[in-house]
Design a binder for this molecule. Structure first.
Ligand SMILES: Cc1ncc(COP(=O)(O)O)c(C=O)c1O
Length: 453
């Protein structure tokens, strides 16, 4: 019998991250200063990030060595297993082979520590004492608290207030790793105080929490900011996912035909898919499929334009698929997919037709999650379940067309802290939101975006 769990020996763990910037179909448009709208130089980013990360953000080098200190921490859970989803294949009656790369085995339960550990390391190296960040559902905040703890720096997490109240165990997890968790909007920053003055009961949003964390870092000498997705250096650190996967498939003599991941800001999907970029450009037929929620359809309904990274216009402008920086997505349970924009690298690849986006409503996504849990055993995070849904759809198509494809899924995390979401699905109370063209046109107009630039 072919193996179910494919383990890469620790000695074969990738020792360099893959930087896709030199291999993109076109050079990326530069990020712009939020006030002057001039292209940003490395010095403009120094109040927020250490120089090593800024250089990675703009690096022309295809390979960037992973520091030994980072590899030491990675080895606590990496290489993560690649698993052949035989039970799911059997259940679907598909000739397709389905593999999933289980990033849920990391201590915080998702792919996020692949970059959190690296970011904590480079900040520590630069003498930074504290990192400030935002978190929505809590995955990123717990990953950064974990990374900071291991490198001995402080971590302040602005957690969207509704999640702070609804997800006490994610909050406790951050505190176990020494993170200081603030419900956002908070009275710790001018941005938060202004919002609270107008609306003391404001439930918060990811955009507001980003603004608070950026403000905190910009106004404290010993503090820098860390972002859990979107930026080039974050995507870079996530490429360990795809690099390991390719080696694991090689071990069983297989090759991916369809590579699938879910997209919030784009980091886990890009981490899996970017290592396939060069062979795709060389003509190998490998499809890269990105799944997003219909409630926050950046790639399928947004516009490819310059927009702010946060909701109040303090963060740089990036050219990306966006729904407008002031767009507040409906409260779906995949909290990690509720971001108005996307990684500029991913956005360019969607725009050039290299990546195929698909969008799903949440009931179908949870139905797929239950099928997965009922066959493979693992309960996926609601975010991850979007990728699971896309994989099941592809496998069913293979059955209908009688073709044997190899499907590879970036399984970004487990859903053990998301039981309220499963409860809502099981009780039939989940709402399927679909954004109308009018709603999206209004959100883009509110953000001052009138057309593709
Ligand atoms: C489990 C999980 N998957 C996916 C995502 C989406 O993020 P990204 O698109 O950066 O991978 C998140 C974000 O919080 C997450 O927690």
């Amino acid at each position: 019998m072919d193996p179910v769990k494919i383990f890469l020996p620790e000695k074969d763990m990738p020792r360099a991250w893959y930087n896709a910037l030199p291999d993109l179909p076109k050079p990326l448009d530069p990020p712009l200063h939020p006030q002057t709208r001039e292209p940003l130089g490395p010095d403009d980013l120094l109040p927020l990030f250490p120089m090593d990360l800024i250089l990675q953000e703009m690096s022309p080098d295809r390979w960037i060595d992973i520091p030994e200190e980072v590899l030491d921490i990675y080895s606590l859970w990496r290489p993560s297993p690649l698993i052949r989803a035989r039970q799911l294949e059997k259940h679907l009656g598909t000739p397709a082979k389905i593999y999933f790369k289980n990033e849920g085995v990391s201590p915080p339960g998702s792919h996020k520590p692949n970059t959190a550990v690296a970011q904590a390391y480079y900040n520590k190296k630069a003498g930074v004492k504290r990192l400030a960040t935002e978190t929505g559902a809590g995955q990123w905040g717990s990953a950064l608290s974990f990374g900071c703890k291991l490198f001995g720096i402080e971590c302040t997490v602005y957690m969207v207030k509704v999640s702070y109240e609804q997800k006490p165990y994610r909050r406790s997890m951050m505190q176990v790793w020494g993170g200081s968790v603030q419900p956002s909007p908070s009275d710790r920053t001018e941005v938060g105080r202004k919002i609270l003055e107008k609306d003391p009961d404001c439930p918060g949003s990811l955009g507001i929490a980003i603004s608070e964390a950026v403000f905190d870092a910009a106004t404290h000498e010993d503090t820098k900011y860390a972002l859990g997705s979107v930026l080039n250096h974050v995507v870079l650190h996530q490429t360990v996912i795809g690099l390991e996967t390719k080696k694991q498939l090689e071990m069983v003599g297989d090759e991916a035909d369809i590579v699938i991941g879910c997209v919030g800001g784009g980091s886990n999907f890009m981490g899996m898919a970017l290592p396939y970029l060069r062979e795709k450009a060389d003509g190998r037929d490998v499809r890269l499929v990105a799944a997003e929620p219909k409630a926050c359809p950046t790639m399928t309904k947004g516009m490819f334009a310059y927009d702010f990274g946060d909701s109040v216009g303090m963060a740089p402008l990036m050219r990306m698929y966006t729904l407008g920086h002031s767009f507040v997505p409906p409260k779906i349970h995949a909290g990690g997919l509720r971001y108005h924009g996307d990684s500029p690298i991913l956005s360019q690849l969607v725009h050039e037709g290299v990546v195929e986006p698909v969008a799903f409503a949440q009931n179908g996504v949870f139905e797929a999650a239950l099928t997965f849990a009922g066959t493979e055993g693992i309960i996926p995070a609601p975010e991850t379940s979007h990728a699971v849904k896309a994989a099941i759809d592809e496998a069913v198509r293979c059955r209908e067309e009688g073709v044997e494809k190899t499907i590879v899924v970036a399984f970004s995390g487990h859903g053990h802290f998301d039981m309220a979401a499963y409860e809502a699905y099981l009780s039939g109370s989940l709402v399927d939101y679909e954004m109308s063209d009018e709603t999206i046109a209004k959100a883009l107009a509110d953000a001052g975006i009138s057309g593709e630039e």
